[in-house]
Design a protein around this ligand. Structure first.
Ligand SMILES: C[S@@+](CC[C@H](N)C(=O)[O-])C[C@H]1O[C@@H](n2cnc3c(N)ncnc32)[C@H](O)[C@@H]1O
Length: 285
């Protein structure tokens, strides 16, 4: 199984990513997982093939390799922003220092780059993610970064393994769009203490329309069909749920609709920060 592969290969993974060819391997996997062509030295290709990240010739990413590439992209982006949380210059609630002494939960934490920063200040930090492979990479990448591996749990946002009123703050950064939004928000309201703060960074439908349906952009008929189907799924989501969307496809609600989801879950909107392609919603239980 892929998960066992990641766990059992921990030392080998670390040797590859932390060794002489580490930077090259990371950049290569990031590029391949974004669907672009890239080449790497024979040693890196051989090692990535052995680890089950790529297969065939020319090498194509496997499902495991896709997750490795996703995590490496997040890791490299975290390093590029000097290990801060994303969007901290525009959203004061994304400055890790503001969580000093707090009990913080991040949902959809991936391998845990945001947790690695938050744990410097918060009293307690926990990450939850649905995907065990991303979580298993956490200790590898923390080791590489020379920081303590954050505490994480494999669980679904829609069914959180915590008692009521457990956290002072919940962060969901670039992940709510993959969840059953109303169900996840009710769970978040439940585990937040009264007066606790929620921070959500989320794309919105208008932003999706601008990026997906750029006038005159050259796109394959297949990509056009996929984007049209995704759009239909987003428009019908409030009535039909995910019935029309493919598993793993994002649902970006309008800002007005997102605000309604928060309110229906018992989360009062305190501030909305316009990040152009995304929105940061600050809510209070
Ligand atoms: C784009 S990543 C964001 C990672 C991280 N928050 C960051 O800022 O780098 C979205 C994450 O949400 C997770 N996810 C998707 N659906 C989920 C669900 N229902 N419950 C928990 N996590 C989920 C995915 O596995 C993935 O790790």
């Amino acid at each position: 199984m892929d998960l066992a592969k990641v766990r059992d290969e921990f030392p080998r993974l670390l040797r590859l990513l932390g060794g002489e060819h580490g930077a090259e391997a990371m950049e290569w996997m990031r590029t391949l997982s974004e669907g672009h062509h890239a080449t790497a030295s024979p040693r890196v290709v051989a090692e990535a093939t052995r680890l089950g990240w790529v297969e065939g010739s020319p090498p194509r990413v496997t499902p495991l390799g896709q997750r490795i590439g996703d995590s490496l992209r997040e890791y490299l982006y975290w390093e590029e922003r000097n290990r801060h949380l994303p969007r901290r210059d525009d959203v004061p609630e994304l400055r890790a220092e503001t969580y000093r002494g707090a009990r913080v939960l991040e949902i959809g934490s991936g391998f845990g780059c945001n947790l690695m920063r938050l744990q410097e200040f918060a009293d307690e930090v926990v990450g939850v993610d649905i995907d065990p492979i991303y979580l298993a990479l956490g200790p590898v990448l923390a080791n590489l970064a020379g920081v303590e591996a954050p505490r994480t749990l494999c669980a679904r946002a829609e069914n959180l393994p915590f008692p009521d009123d457990r956290f002072d703050a919940v962060l969901v950064i670039g992940a709510l769009q993959y969840m059953e939004i109303p169900v996840a928000l009710r769970e978040i309201a439940r585990v937040l203490r009264p007066g606790g703060q929620g921070v959500f960074v989320l794309g919105h439908l208008t932003g999706y329309l601008h990026s997906a349906f750029v006038p005159n952009a050259r796109r394959s008929p297949r990509a056009f069909a996929r984007e049209t189907r995704d759009l239909l799924a987003m428009l019908t989501y409030p009535k039909l749920g995910r019935r029309l969307s493919k598993p793993g496809s994002p649902v970006y609600p309008t800002r007005r609709r997102a605000t309604r989801y928060f309110e229906e879950a018992g989360l009062r909107l305190e501030a909305l920060r316009d990040l152009r392609d995304e929105t940061a919603y600050i809510v209070r239980r």
